[in-house]
Design a binder for this molecule. Structure first.
Ligand SMILES: C[C@](O)(CO)[C@H](O)COP(=O)(O)OP(=O)(O)OC[C@H]1O[C@@H](n2ccc(N)nc2=O)[C@H](O)[C@@H]1O
Ligand SMILES: Nc1ncnc2c1ncn2[C@@H]1O[C@H](COP(=O)(O)OP(=O)(O)OP(=O)(O)O)[C@@H](O)[C@H]1O
Length: 295
């Protein structure tokens, strides 16, 4: 007699890439309190990783350098996203997640949003949901404004609260991400803009579709991150981060991502980015400094 073969369900893996806002215009504040945005969003090679062992109850374990800064509890965006999807998909099979947390937390890189999006993609795979199932998008938006963009994971123009996404073809850049270790809560930065609900401030300049690298860089230089002035007021160390990035060879654009406090610079290629990162890390050993690709 032979026992029936019942293999353990395979562990599924997803990358959770850092999100970088190359531009971020705050166009106004809606009556629901959220701000209307227009932002060119790119994704980095650097990021977290999430695994799912399908089957059983919902759970989350944390590993990696950022594991000590977070709890794998109901507040974790991985668990929140899974619950949002379970509320929309009757009988959704769940499982135990393991998060390799490498990105700094509350850093403007959308790390939590990337993890939540990776959780939704893993659950979609485990439950044979189509990638374009609208319940995935709905669960993403219910989890956070950045999660829909992270769910798709490709460069885009993000508008509205974060729900209107237009794919963009961007050239690939080398990049360095620098976080000085100061957590800046997103809500505090938006609040510091002091925009009353119902306020409208105007339009963003249209993205030059298919622009060559230099033309795109010129356009990016003229379209700021409107959250940078309030974030600088909350985290004055951003001045030192900017100076360190500007002092590197070949930095094309030096800017803050999202609500901060991570700043980035763009370079022609990975080699220039790696050299710049080495220089900054040597001078500022307490900062998180990551060379990567962006596109
Ligand atoms: C700054 C960005 O990272 C740019 O990509 C996002 O707009 C923020 O995305 P997120 O962290 O997923 O934001 P949520 O978790 O939805 O909201 C966090 C806080 O930011 C405020 N918030 C967020 C997005 C938005 N368009 N307007 C806002 O005013 C919300 O009122 C909330 O108090
Ligand atoms: N898996 C997670 N990773 C990071 N933060 C998480 C996670 N789950 C919950 N959080 C909480 O979410 C908040 C935002 O964290 P996150 O790292 O996504 O911020 P952020 O990079 O500033 O996001 P954004 O760029 O979307 O504003 C923090 O207060 C953190 O405690």
């Amino acid at each position: 007699m032979c026992a029936e073969f019942s293999p353990r369900p395979a562990l599924l893996h997803e990358r959770a890439p850092a999100k970088v806002n190359l531009t971020l215009r705050v166009l106004g504040r809606r009556v629901d309190g959220y701000h209307d945005l227009s932002s060119v969003v790119a994704f980095a090679g650097a990021g977290d990783r999430l695994a799912l062992a399908p089957g059983g109850g919902l759970g989350l374990g944390l590993e990696g350098p950022g594991a000590a800064t977070l709890a794998g509890d109901a507040d974790n965006l991985v668990i929140r996203a899974a619950r949002e999807l379970a509320a929309r998909v009757p009988g959704l099979a769940l499982g135990r997640f393991t998060l390799l947390k490498r990105l700094p937390v509350a850093a403007g890189l959308g790390g939590g949003s990337a993890d939540a999006a990776a959780a939704l993609r893993l659950l979609a795979r485990a439950n044979a949901l189509r990638a374009d199932d609208p319940r995935l998008f709905e669960a993403a938006l219910a989890t956070g404004s950045d999660v829909p963009a992270c769910l798709d994971g490709r460069a885009c123009l993000m508008q509205g609260r974060g729900e209107a996404l237009t794919p963009l073809e961007l050239p690939r850049f080398g990049a360095v991400l620098v976080n000085p270790g100061v957590a800046v809560p997103t809500a505090n930065v938006f609040r510091a803009l002091s925009l009353a609900p119902g306020t409208w401030r105007g339009h963003a300049s249209p993205v030059p579709a298919g622009a060559a690298r230099d033309a795109l860089l010129d356009w990016l230089a003229a379209e700021p991150n409107d959250l940078e002035p309030p974030a600088r007021a909350l985290a004055p160390v951003l001045g030192a981060v900017e100076a360190a990035l500007r002092a590197t060879t070949g930095a094309h654009l030096v800017r803050m991502s999202g609500s901060g406090a991570t700043m980035f610079a763009l370079y022609d290629d990975c080699r220039a980015a790696a050299a710049a990162a080495k220089r900054i890390a040597g001078a500022h050993p307490a900062w998180w400094v990551k060379p990567t690709v962006l596109g």
